[in-house]
Design a protein around this ligand. Structure first.
Ligand code: ADP
Ligand code: ZN
Length: 438
């Protein structure tokens, strides 16, 4: 592809020299530290570390003087401990998907939202989207940023956006055909599901104008991307984001699809060894740590994403100077992503432990069921319960399912087990068996 074919939203920034990017980052970091000192959470944290003013930052390397921030910190600061502006300036709230315990929330001013939309528009443009595209957003609308934050970014780019949200595949297909959808946004598992539906509903691929899919929210392999591209005859772009960092599009593939550019004028990225928390050399895998520079309402500095990746060294053919990261190889914590929804095993344990009749041991099994994920919770029950009527046992199973559904938003299968029938671990209990990649 010749250089002139590479689309940019803001070429000067996207191809800025590394020195210029460092200058922007240093100034941005200083501003964020100043903001952070306005929040009860960081004021306390920084005071303990002897940091009382942004003067602690004079070069970007000084970021290492600042403590890390974790997901637990966000929960501790719930609801308003990270608010850096008067409450009246906040115009929207989002939260991380899945969790209903203490969710991790983010708040945004109008300026923050404008920045989030601009970042998303920049990402979509980098992937070859443009004014005139018809973009159908098949991600859930609501607290989850994959709905609204993607939506406004696509509108800002000038696309016509169809907010179908997730599910209802028959209607998705009808809209795609009738309105000439050119770009869709969905999880990788849903893209496969969509392909199966195109075939089973008897659509002729020629009736659809589809040319690209943007996918993310859950880990997937290069093989899966290729499979979706082949089956649907389209280009598939990987998109990374999280609610804590303003949603999708903080890292995105350009038309060369060779790793995701992190927008370094808006995010400072570090990759650290998750044990020592020291930086790893470029190209080596470690935990991605991010600092958001484009948000006033809620600063997050050196946020440990728990996602494992590496920097792809060397320049990208598109000419962008913002570094790229590779596909994620996993997470350092035990968070499971089931059909795009984030779930911690501890949430499941919480439900089981408070349910009368449930015994000492349980196991969470995750498998592929066609293109989707299936979760089964195997639970031992107490000897007294096991001796009871099958009707009582069945009622217990349904109660566990209902309570789990209320907490984690997806409905798992529950298998009741005889006391002592599940394997007992000798060391650390193994609570999760993830068979999806085996
Ligand atoms: P999402 O619903 O997009 O997953 P959340 O904020 O609820 O947003 O969760 C963010 C997490 O989702 C990330 O920390 C990461 O683990 C995962 N994730 C998001 N995008 C991708 C992607 N493209 N590849 C792999 N994992 C992803
Ligand atoms: Zn590129």
């Amino acid at each position: 592809m010749a250089d002139r074919d590479v689309p940019f939203r803001d070429k000067a920034i996207e191809t800025a020299s590394r020195e210029e990017i460092k200058r922007i980052q240093t100034a941005g970091l200083k501003k964020q530290v100043e903001h952070a000192l306005n929040t009860p959470f960081y004021r306390g944290r920084y005071k303990n570390a002897g940091i009382t003013s942004p003067a602690v930052i004079s070069t970007i390397a000084d970021i290492r003087k600042l403590p890390f921030t974790t997901k637990n910190d966000l929960r501790d600061a719930y609801p308003y401990g990270l608010l850096a502006v008067p409450r009246e300036e906040v115009v929207r709230l989002h939260a991380s998907s899945g969790t209903t315990g203490t969710p991790t929330v983010i708040y945004l001013t109008q300026k923050d939202l404008d920045m989030a939309s601009d970042t998303m528009a920049r990402s979509l443009t980098a992937a070859g989207g443009s004014r005139g595209d018809v973009v159908q957003n098949m991600m859930t609308y609501g607290l989850f940023t994959g709905g609204l934050c993607f939506h406004y970014g696509a509108e800002l780019m000038g696309a016509m956006v169809i907010p179908t949200s997730a599910g209802n595949t028959i209607r998705q297909l009808k809209f795609m055909k009738d309105f000439g959808t050119t770009i869709i946004h969905a999880t990788p598992s849903y893209l496969l599901h969509l392909h199966a539906a195109i075939e089973s509903e008897g659509y002729d691929r020629g009736e659809l104008k589809l040319r690209k899919a943007i996918t993310g929210a859950e880990p997937h392999s290069e093989e899966l991307r290729c499979k979706i591209q082949d089956k649907l005859g389209i280009e598939v772009y990987n998109c990374y984001g999280m609610s804590e960092m303003n949603g999708p599009g903080l890292a995105f593939e350009c038309v060369y699809r060779a790793g995701m550019h992190v927008w370094e004028d808006r995010y400072i990225m570090e990759i650290v060894d998750p044990e020592t928390l020291e930086p790893v050399p470029d190209g080596e895998t470690g935990e991605l740590v991010l600092t958001i520079l484009c948000r006033d309402a809620m600063p997050l500095i050196r946020y440990r994403t728990r996602d494992l990746t590496r920097v792809i060294t060397g320049p990208c053919e598109c000419g962008r100077t913002h570094r790229r990261i590779a596909r994620f190889t996993g997470r350092t914590d035990d968070m499971l992503i089931i059909n795009g929804v984030n779930i911690f095993p501890s949430q499941i344990e919480e439900v089981l432990l408070r349910t009368k009749g449930v015994g000492a041991n349980y196991l969470i099994v995750v498998e592929k069921d066609g293109v989707l994920d299936r979760m089964t919770i195997k639970v031992e029950i107490t000897p007294e319960m096991f001796a009871d009527d099958t009707r009582v046992i069945n009622a217990l199973r349904e109660r566990i399912r209902d309570e789990l559904t209320a907490l984690i938003t997806i409905r798992p299968l529950v298998e009741i087990k005889q006391p002592g029938s599940l394997p007992v671990a000798e060391g650390k209990a193994k609570r999760v068996e993830d068979l999806r990649n085996s």
